[in-house]
Each structure stands twice: as C-alpha cells, then as structure tokens.
Design a protein around this ligand. Sequence first.
Ligand code: OGA
Ligand code: NI
Length: 355
Amino acid sequence: MAPTTANVAEETKVASIKTLTGSELNSVPSEYTYVKYPNDQADASDPEHSIPTIDFAQLTSSSPELRSKAIEELGRACQEWGFFQVINHGVPENLMKSMIDVCHKFFDLPEVEKKEFQSRKLLEPIKCGTSFNVAIDKVRLWRDFLKVIAHPEFHLLHKPADYSEVSLEFSKQTRQVATELLSGISESLGLEAEYIAKAMNWDRGLQILAANYYPACPQPDQAIGIPPHTDHGLVTLLIQNDMGGLEVQHNGKWVLVNCAPGAFVVNIGDQMQILTNDKYKSVWHRAVVNNRATRISIAVPHGPALDTAALPIPELLGGEAPKYIGMSYEEFMELQASPAAYMMPCLDHLRVKAE
Ligand code: OGA
Ligand code: NI
C-alpha cells in the first residue's frame, strides 16, 4: 500500500517508546492501551508449564545412540510445543551478552542519530522503528526495534562502533546452531539431514537480527510488547537479557518462558508448518512487559531464500492431501506485514479450502 501524506505525517510524530518512557510516566497513554482478557494471563505457578530442553551437545554427538535420542526429543518438542530451549550449544555466553549490549547501546543513541535508519520498506537491510507498523497498528506496541539482515548478505551498521564486529560473529555462530537444528528437524521427520536445507535453498536463506527494546511500563497489564503472532520463517532463535516476558501458547494457556542463562529459545515458524503439513506447528507467542526494568530480546528468524516457496513435503503426506498452496517467502512476509494479516492469520491465506 502506498503511504499517503497523512500517514507519513502521522508516523513522523510518533516518538520511540524510549523517548516516551524517558519522562515521568505514571500511566499508559490511550494509544498504547491493550487489555488482555482476565483468563488470558500466564500462570507462573503452574508446574507443568515449562518448555522442553534440547541438549545440543547430544544432538551433535558422535555417539549414534545419544544423537538419535536427541533427535527424538527434538521431534517431540516440535510436535508438542513448537518451542524449546537449547543448551550446550557452544555459542559463548559473553558473545550473547555483548550482542545484547551493542543493541542496548543502539537504542540509547540520541533519536536524531537513529532517524537515518527509519524506513517503511519491509526488507530494508537496516531498519529501526517503534511499535510494528505505525501506519496500520490499531494499538501501539510498547517496544522499539532494530532489524538488520545478516544473511545471505551481512550488513554493516556503523553505530554504535562495536555493533558490526559483535553482530558478525554472533550471526555466524547462531546460524551454525540453526543449521544443525534444521538437520536434526529433518531427521526427526524421517528425512535425510540435508532435505529441508536443500529444498529451502538454505545457503541463500534469510537471517535477520531483530532486536526488541521493551522499557519498564508503569501499568504492564495495560500494554503489550508484541501481541500474539507466529513467526514467518523456518526456525527463530532468541536470546534475552535477564528479564523474562516471552509467553507461548500451549494447550490453550499462556506459558511464560523461563530459559536457562545462556540458552537459546527456539521456535518453529510458519514455513516449517507448511513443509510438515501441520505436523510441526508454528506456535502463537507474545511479549509482555514489566514495571521493573528494561527488557531486551534478540530474535533471529532464519528462513528460506526469498524466492523460494515452501510446500508440504510429499514424503510426509502419508496419503493426506497437502493443506497449503505455495507462495514465495518474500511474498509471504509482505502478506504478514500487510493489513490482510490483521483480518486473518497469514497461514490461513494459503490454506487449501475444503471442497
Ligand atoms: C519476535 C518475538 C518475543 C520476545 O520478535 O518475533 O516474538 O520475547 N519476540 O521479544
Ligand atoms: Ni515472534
């Protein structure tokens, strides 16, 4: 949709959430008011509710028994939760911390310095902003974001000074973990390890470093960091500072993700749900806010090549009809960012209609 003069003007008026919360603020301004239903809250005391853990050292072990046990656990986690934490992945904890620090420094830059990166283009290599899409958002989100494309081409961001060096190393190491997980997921489905990577042109696949900044909110029940959504890609890996806030939908309830220090939180995305004809679900999740301290998370979605369309894998159908039609990953992402996705979840646009 072409931007109209009116909504561009509207957009430039919007302060970042950083600026908004920089002044004394005792309540949530009306344009940010988002009320969850009373029975729609996560219950922190529910003991059953914690996402599965996958031990990466076992997944990549040279012992066939350990490896096949880890692959089986991975398959179960994908099927039952669509979310899991990965431990022993080998990415140094200080690299993860440095990545969070450089993103924090970016958000702390004076607003004028961030302005050059504001853009409306979906696949702008480097882009920052607030909310999701201020031109179409019905409620403003309590977050600022910075999205930098790291693969197939790595993009340099020259401020803060150490961002590029840290993000290059972090994106490479994170991608290696994602590649191993993709092989394990392929095998958990009974396919050869490289099957999904080959089918999705993973060597040209998209990787985005998507940092989220959620400042403390005076009335956390009245606002939302990111409302319920699914991720568009194949797998997303996420890290956070020491503040929680990610909630996952499981058996009709919201579950707060508690992850081990230094672990990656991983979730299945829409393209994987399409490939597996709904066996592995792209699970709804959201980010809630708190009134104590700033939360920073870095979500790293990994997807197919932009020109590649996911379709249900014939070997997995076992006599079932394919449930989805194909759409290139780029078009899918455009759809997800458009007003059409507010009316109907993106995957439903691609679902084969019942006769
Ligand atoms: C996302 C996301 C959750 C979080 O960026 O897609 O779901 O905890 N983030 O920040
Ligand atoms: Ni998400």
